[in-house]
Ligand binder design. Structure first.
Ligand SMILES: Cc1cc2nc3c(=O)[nH]c(=O)nc-3n(C[C@H](O)[C@H](O)[C@H](O)COP(=O)(O)O)c2cc1C
Ligand code: SF4
Length: 600
């Protein structure tokens, strides 16, 4: 069914086994001094083990410290790093994947390239050439020039950052010159590809027509083009969850046909989508977060085990780590990212009782079962809070995680007790270990005004419905904002938040996207505002020391939740994980489920 994905393709003279590319994804697994670490290599080995056709190492610095992009960016700017890359290439060569590395110079985002002297430009071109020579010598199959995302090459390409009146003002010239010089040193047979800004998505920047023109020029120099995004809005290239699959594959389609392969980038998660793109729009598909979440995606597709794929849900935990915190990446649903360990069979088979069918309980059950334990899983609702999280607009992909666990739990030899577990039920099975993944309960204001104050979960679940009502939501954290987004299509919604900002703690781009949606739907958002009193029909809030009366038909409590642990079982180890331990997110639940199940 998915044969198109597995058709070989040539990039220059290099034969690539299939049409899938693992694109550069900065991990921060390297060392601060630019050397590679064991974790860094293992992360890429794991992706290569998953049989991706072409694996491109994350942006690596061609000039240091000037062109550095990120705290732990690997360096390929000097021969001092030769041994690191040699070792990397040697380790990766055990797999069928062809390997490349993304050569990056951050440039000067605010200044552009007009101020650069000819000597400086020469020096930087030489930096790209040295980096390519290192890659070529150690055994990389090709290199990629980062020519998108607002970085240096993109700055030369874009009219917004390059208005030079010398030869470099011919904006493609810098990238062409880099390519020619690499060929001089490494030969034309050593392929060079480019991640190209086809559209800057910014007034006055590269537009589609210009992107097409650039691609036409570059097909004579570069052996593959990734149709990517330029210096405009960052959320377009690191899409939050609500973006639809393959939404920007049209960029690849627009620049075709070319005499070199063109790759489509962005949010390609399902093999059906990949195949459709390969049939209509592009020669190759980029599977970035797709392979972070499940490095075995290709193997599962090839073997017809599509239902077993753990599809990236777009939770942006990886982006939060890399871009908000500049720390090692983590994955909301794949706890092995950052710790690529083998899951070992347990030395002693134990009977494990797991209470809770949310992501923490399900992950713990999956891993404990894989390790050979006798697992008893108790839940009243499969998926737990995921069933609420998937309801607001744009959150549908969360269903994928529920589907994945359903498949895994069915596949494993797990005794499923589909019931709300009482302590006696757990004692009855005489477990050696109890894992409590019992989640949380919403906090409610007191007194609880019946038929007026509702907890957010009842609203999302549809226990109570509103149509053309005036609604106040107390609490503007993630849950309050998502609940507002859910209600605002049919109601007049206001959020009252004590803190100075809405949705604090959320990953920046997803937060920006969500707040934009709320603005579009005319949701009123009051920050630095305290709720003083809630009475039937009216709510009194305080802002800047002044009390304001707000009329409302209903009040939704989204003040947060508190951990819920209904019981403990004496004389055996009890592990409390996920929200039951402290209320956080999918990542924490999955991660703790994994951790506890690997150590029992
Ligand atoms: C955590 C993270 C780090 C990234 N780092 C890089 C990078 O080093 N270089 C680059 O060109 N793109 C980088 N990207 C962009 C990806 O290569 C890719 O284009 C983007 O994630 C969209 O594809 P996907 O939906 O398949 O993930 C990064 C993306 C993420 C999520
Ligand atoms: S952290 Fe979230 S967005 Fe990133 S790869 Fe994992 S599931 Fe996808």
């Amino acid at each position: 069914m998915y044969d198109e994905i597995f058709e070989p393709i040539n990039i220059g003279k290099i034969a690539v086994e299939n049409r899938a590319i693992f694109p550069p994804i900065s991990t921060n697994f390297g060392r601060e001094d630019g050397h590679l670490s064991e974790l860094f290599i293992k992360h890429y080995e794991r992706r290569a083990k998953g049989e991706v056709g072409l694996l491109i190492v994350e942006n690596s610095s061609v000039s240091y410290p000037e062109g550095k992009h990120g705290a732990y960016e690997p360096r390929i700017d000097s021969w001092d790093f030769y041994e690191d890359w040699k070792n990397f290439a040697k380790r990766l060569k055990k797999y069928s994947s062809k390997i490349s590395v993304e050569l990056t110079h951050e440039g000067w985002k605010n200044k552009g390239v007009n101020f650069l002297s000819d000597e400086k430009i020469e020096e930087i071109i030489e930096d790209y050439v040295t980096a390519s020579e290192i890659a070529c010598k150690v055994g990389f199959d090709m290199v990629e020039i980062q020519g998108a995302h607002g970085l240096l090459v993109n700055q030369f390409l874009s009219p917004l950052t390059n208005s030079r009146d010398d030869s470099w003002g011919k904006r493609e010239e810098f990238a062409v010159e880099i390519r020619k010089r690499i060929a001089k040193r490494c030969g034309w047979d050593f392929p060079v590809t480019i991640r190209l800004a086809i559209n800057d998505f910014k007034e006055g920047g590269i537009n589609l027509e210009e992107g097409k023109r650039l691609a036409n020029v570059f097909q004579d120099y570069y052996q593959m083009i990734q149709a990517d995004i330029g210096l405009g809005r960052k959320e377009l290239r690191l899409e939050p969850m609500p973006f639809s699959q393959g939404w920007r594959a049209y960029l690849a389609e627009k620049i075709r046909p070319l005499k070199v392969p063109v790759a489509a980038v962005g949010m390609i998660r399902e093999p059906e989508v990949a195949v459709k793109i390969l049939c209509e729009k592009a020669d190759m598909v980029v599977l970035g977060r797709t392979l972070i979440a499940d490095p075995d995606w290709l193997i599962k597709v090839r073997e017809g085990r599509v239902k077993e794929i753990r599809k990236c849900i777009g939770c942006s935990e990886c982006i939060k780590a890399r871009h908000d915190e500049d720390t090692m990446i983590r994955c909301g649903i794949n706890p092995q990212v950052g710790r690529e360990i083998e899951i070992r069979e347990a030395s002693v088979r134990k009977r494990i009782a797991i209470v809770g069918g949310g992501p923490g309980g399900l992950e713990a059950a999956r891993i404990a079962a894989v390790r050979g334990h006798e697992v008893h899983l108790f839940y009243d609702e499969f998926g737990g809070t995921l069933n609420l999280a998937k309801i607001p607009p744009g959150k549908e992909k969360i269903q994928w995680l529920i589907d994945y666990y359903r498949e895994e739990i069915e596949k494993c030899d797990i005794v499923v007790h589909h019931k709300k577990a009482l302590k006696g039920d757990i004692i009855d099975i005489e477990p050696n270990v109890v894992i409590l993944a019992t989640g949380s309960k919403p906090l409610l204001p007191s007194p609880p005004l019946r038929n007026y104050v509702y907890p957010f979960n009842e609203v999302l679940r549809g226990d109570v419905r509103f149509e053309e009502k005036k609604i106040v939501i107390g609490g503007g954290g993630l849950v309050g904002c998502e609940t507002a987004n859910f209600l605002a299509d049919n109601n007049e919604v206001m959020i009252v938040e004590m803190l100075p900002e809405m949705a604090m703690g959320m990953e920046t781009l997803s937060r920006r996207y969500l707040l934009k949606e709320l603005n579009k739907k005319d949701v009123r958002m009051l920050t630095c505002t305290k709720i003083v009193d809630i009475g039937y029909g009216e709510i009194i809030v305080e802002q800047d020391g002044e009390q304001i009366l707000i009329e409302a038909d209903a009040f939704i409590a989204a003040f947060g939740s508190r951990p819920f642990v209904p019981f403990r079982v004496e004389s055996v180890p009890n592990y409390i994980i996920g929200d039951a331990s402290s209320v956080r997110n999918i990542y924490s639940a999955v991660n703790e489920g994994f951790e506890v199940a690997t150590k029992i």
